[in-house]
Design a binder for this molecule. Structure first.
Ligand code: TXA
Ligand code: MG
Length: 304
């Protein structure tokens, strides 16, 4: 298939997906690399394009009009979370049904499902009328893309189309909540622990690690530059002054956490584009989406 570059033509995107192609898909969190879940060849191409191990499971994206119970077995907690937060930046990990193929789950007996709220994603999913897998549209281990331009920089002509839905509103990947025999948050995101407790009345465990969700490696979301996390803007500015005679430094700080989440990945990419050697990022307050920001910062700062 020839690449059509960046476009906002949803009909073209639907045609490409339905005929076995792969596309960059906007969502409210980050851009995904989309393929029809039931098309084995297209899904294999997603793994190859990302450079991701084939046994890493993928999230199935559904439109609000589709019946999510066809894809997963929903406990009372899972139903309550779906009702409250879908469409939106929440992924539920639930036991899979028989229609979910092994090539989506890496052979696991669970499936991750999400109903995105981005209007273009919804239109695409409604018209494609099947489950669509979409890992973040970056090369494996790199920073997730939050604009069509980022996807172009990472994947270029390896995708058939990049559907342009503007800049992602949230800017960090969805919260993943496991609702099986264990109830736990596998990846923090905009939907917070407090949100989950309010809806279910239960306190989820907090685990993020490769054992439960392969691909959640300690070093992830990583720019080329070394990343240092500090506690305050004063500390950041002092270290910047000390370091900048030795190394080129990029400082990341937003007083507003929503803006911090929205722009963090673009800031990390900017640092790389400017060939900075050191990124100094100020830790976010550890509540709400600040927990997700700090999670991604510590993964970006981890030893590679
Ligand atoms: O916001 C998002 O969730 C974005 C957008 C595009 O929807 N997608 C995304 O996908 O972040 P990905 O593949 O980059 O991250 C999904 C994570 C991976 O760490 C994967 O291992 C985990 O979810 N995951 C998916 N299915 C799983 C399963 N059955 N069991 C355990 N972990 C699973
Ligand atoms: Mg990813």
């Amino acid at each position: 298939m020839t690449t059509h570059g960046i476009s906002s033509d949803v009909s073209l995107a639907v045609n490409i997906l339905s005929s076995g192609g792969i596309i960059g898909m906007p969502t409210e969190t980050v851009y995904g690399l989309a393929a029809c879940a039931l098309d084995e060849n297209a899904v294999q191409r997603v793994f190859d394009t990302k450079g991701r191990p084939h046994n890493h499971p993928l999230i199935v994206h559904l439109s609000p009009s589709m019946d999510f119970r066809k894809w997963g077995v929903f406990s009372a907690d899972a139903e309550a979370l779906a009702t409250s937060f879908w469409p939106g930046p929440l992924t539920l990990l639930v036991p899979r049904t028989s229609i979910v193929p092994d090539w989506v789950t890496g052979g696991r007996d669970t499936v991750a499902i999400r109903v995105p709220s981005h209007p273009l994603a919804q239109e695409l999913l409604t018209r494609t009328n099947t489950g669509v897998v979409a890992p973040s549209a970056n090369k494996f281990g790199r920073v997730s893309p939050t604009s069509a331009r980022h996807v172009l920089q990472d994947l270029g002509d390896e995708v058939d189309l990049i559907l342009d839905g503007g800049e992602c509103e949230v800017g960090l990947e969805s919260t993943i909540v496991e609702c099986t025999d264990v109830f736990q948050i596998l990846r923090p995101g905009q939907i917070s622990t407090e949100d989950i407790i309010r809806v279910t009345g239960r306190n989820p465990h907090q685990t993020t690690g490769p054992s439960r969700a392969p691909g959640m490696l300690a070093s992830h979301y990583a720019p080329q530059a070394q990343v240092m996390i500090v506690d305050s803007l004063d500390d950041a500015q002092r270290i910047q002054r000390e370091q900048s005679t030795l190394r080129s430094v990029h400082l990341i700080y937003f007083s507003d956490v929503t803006s911090y989440a929205e722009h963090l990945y673009d800031e990390l990419r900017t640092a790389d584009r400017n060939e900075c050697e050191l990124v100094i990022a100020v830790r976010a307050p550890s509540s709400g989406i600040g927990i997700a920001i700090n999670d991604r910062l510590s993964k970006a700062a981890a030893d590679r």
